[in-house]
Design a protein around this ligand. Structure first.
Ligand code: G1P
Length: 297
């Protein structure tokens, strides 16, 4: 069956960015001039996804507004002849987006369970907003290509430093079957580094078969007393094969302050409008931090 649907959980409280996220969803924090969630939606569309469900919660209306039309703004831009900006604000409105709310913050597994009726017995992808991915072929499309051959659930993974394994779901691989495709023995949510079965971390793109929903319904709270998607996937792996696909492209972690800032700088260096000024500024900063040694007289 064709993979047509994506779920983007966006109900998280964004505590790492407080107080910026007190009244604004973290998904709306911009990288230069685009909210981070727009990059995720674009990856879905570039991968051939037709329908996207965003799981929201309290205070997340700005996400819905961002993807809606804004007649007053559009009329104003038209009147002033700002056709370039008009095009920019209109291009986000013709996407097949759906919204559902997660009433209680019970964890990622619970957020994905909210998508059950929307998904309706089809394979689907889950895309987390904290990571922006870049590669020749979008990562979500890479997972779909794997699924088209195996018809099995497949998670994207990437190597992380050993000390960081405590921040991710970690896989216990059995063997590499094909270039970067692993058979998996178990999936462990955020193990202490001494217990980590590998350094292959789940990076927020999942292709799942709909059988995951029955398991999520009965999933007991795990790490942090939340319903963990990783735990349900580990149980799914006992009844059908679940693979891991190693991503070798670029990953930008916008879910923490330093990663967010690095991403903004990298994208700024590629942005025609500001790249020259930014390059000059970064050089100046570098020289200020590490002054050139004075020539001896
Ligand atoms: C979630 C998942 C974790 C995964 C991570 C990827 O954790 O629970 O397994 O490795 O996303 O970003 P979170 O970062 O939301 O705490």
């Amino acid at each position: 069956m064709k993979v047509r649907k994506a779920v983007i959980p966006a109900a998280g409280l964004g505590t790492r960015f407080l107080p910026a996220t007190k009244a604004m969803p973290k998904e709306m924090l911009p990288i230069i001039d685009r909210p981070t969630i727009e990059f995720i939606v674009k990856e879905a569309i570039d991968s051939g996804i037709e329908d996207i469900l965003i799981v929201t919660g309290k205070g997340k209306q700005p996400i819905e507004n961002h993807f809606d039309s804004n007649p007053e703004l559009e009329a104003n831009l038209k009147e002033k002849g700002k056709s370039h900006l008009l095009k920019l604000v209109q291009e986000t409105t013709n996407i097949n987006l759906f919204f559902i709310r997660q009433p209680h913050p019970n964890g990622l597994g619970d957020a994905v369970l909210r998508a059950r009726d929307f998904i309706d017995n089809e394979p689907f992808v889950v895309m987390l907003g904290d990571d922006l991915m870049r590669d020749k072929v979008p990562l979500t499309k890479q997972l779909i290509d794997r699924y088209d051959k195996t018809h099995a659930s497949t998670l994207a993974v990437m190597r992380v430093p050993h000390a960081k394994t405590k921040d991710y779901g970690i896989i216990e691989p059995i063997s590499e079957l094909d270039h970067g495709l692993y058979d998996v023995k178990s999936f462990v949510e955020k193990p202490a580094p001494k217990d980590a079965p590998s350094e292959l971390a789940i990076i927020g793109r999942y292709l799942l078969t709909p059988e995951i929903f029955d398991l999520l319904e009965t999933q007991k709270p795990g790490k942090d007393h939340e319903i963990q998607l990783t735990d349900a996937i580990d149980r799914l792996n006992a009844t059908q094969r679940v693979f891991a696909h190693e991503f070798t492209g670029e990953r930008f972690d916008v879910g923490n302050k330093f990663g967010y800032l690095k991403t903004a700088i990298q994208f700024g260096l590629e942005n025609p409008e500001i790249k020259d000024d930014l390059t000059k500024y970064l050089k100046e900063v570098g020289e200020r931090l590490e002054p050139k040694p004075q020539q001896k007289k």
